[in-house]
Design a protein around this ligand. Structure first.
Ligand SMILES: Nc1ncnc2c1ncn2[C@@H]1O[C@H](COP(=O)(O)OP(=O)(O)OP(=O)(O)O)[C@@H](O)[C@H]1O
Length: 301
């Protein structure tokens, strides 16, 4: 296994309930560690609590959701440990976009339809980087679009003038705007067709290599996760039942549920059961074989 960086985010025994009648224990004693620069895949079937946990990590829970227990600590690059559960006011606002940003499920539809892309990107800076000169906002906005593979001429476009894939790239650009140390991506490509999906996943890998942020990548698409993640956490009914490096999860799954999940994706195994992986991330040198993303594994779900 490759050497892991320092921890950047640690969750310990996190429990989250929806206080409805009857109450739903959506997350139960979940613990995970995200290391600097790594991609941690969070997999599990629909309703197992992935999104709820992600919202908890980013302090985005709203009633009736309540974090009933546990600890979330952000280990800032400055060396300071931040108790995320206790944050409020300005500190919470800055944590949420500056330190840890999130790309939401279906977020490409959350761009404001009556504002062009320029205004929406500039707004991030007018809110979070007060005093940033307009020329710098413009330059940074154009740079961000280029980073995610969108022509900066699109700054003048309105959301309806962009394809779904482009809109999602714009959302990723917004999440990158303040140079976060962690990006939480909740099914960032699920609503897109497979070819566009692959393009965007490649882009995320490339950006991660270049900018060095860590990613929690949430999806029920285990083949995709095995391909792109350094480590994987498997969630079942609110609990993280297994966590390990991607190759071990694939080769030697410990939990019966992980085995069942793997078996439900026969496309994961090439001839002779070889572990198929593209090497997109440059992680896990142990893995060779045909390119899974190119062969359609990434779009198998
Ligand atoms: N607002 C809510 N009120 C009550 N229960 C909720 C609410 N939101 C989610 N839940 C329940 O919490 C559990 C976890 O849901 P969550 O959306 O976190 O799962 P998920 O793994 O992200 O699913 P998906 O992949 O479908 O998004 C589910 O049982 C869900 O029905």
């Amino acid at each position: 296994m490759t050497a892991l960086g320092q921890a950047v985010l640690t969750a310990t025994n996190v429990s989250i309930d929806y206080e409805v009648d009857p109450p739903v224990q959506a997350v139960r004693g979940a613990s995970l560690t995200l290391h600097r620069g790594e991609i941690l895949g969070l997999a599990g079937e629909s309703g197992c609590g992935k999104t709820t946990l992600a919202y908890g990590l980013n302090r985005l829970l709203k009633a009736p959701a309540v974090m009933t227990g546990g600890e979330v600590v952000f280990h800032d690059a400055s060396g300071r440990d931040v108790d995320v559960v206790q944050l409020d006011g300005e500190a919470l606002r800055s944590y949420r976009w500056d330190k840890v940003s999130m790309v939401f499920q279906g977020s490409m539809n959350s761009l404001n339809p009556v504002m062009n892309v320029r205004k929406q990107l500039h707004d991030v800076f007018t809110t979070h980087r007060k005093g940033m000169p307009k020329a710098d906002r413009e330059a940074r906005s154009a740079e961000l679009l280029s980073l995610v593979g969108v022509d900066p001429a699109r700054l003048s476009s309105f959301p309806h003038e962009l394809s779904g894939g482009m809109r999602q790239r714009v959302m990723i650009a917004m999440a990158l705007a303040l140079d976060p140390q962690v990006m939480i991506m909740d099914e960032p490509t699920t609503a897109l067709d497979v070819v566009v999906q692959r393009g965007i996943v490649r882009e995320i890998m490339r950006l991660r290599e270049r900018l060095g942020f860590a990613v929690i990548f949430i999806t029920h698409d285990l083949p995709l996760l095995i391909e792109i993640s350094d480590r994987i956490a498997i969630m079942l009914e609110g609990e993280i039942v297994e966590q390990g490096d991607a190759a071990s999860i694939f080769r030697d799954p410990r939990h019966p549920y992980t085995r069942r999940l793997l078996q439900s994706f026969p496309s994961l195994r090439g001839e002779g059961g070889a572990f198929i992986r593209t090497g997109l991330t440059g992680a896990s040198a142990a893995v060779t074989g045909p390119t899974a993303l190119a062969d359609g594994v990434g779009g198998a779900a």
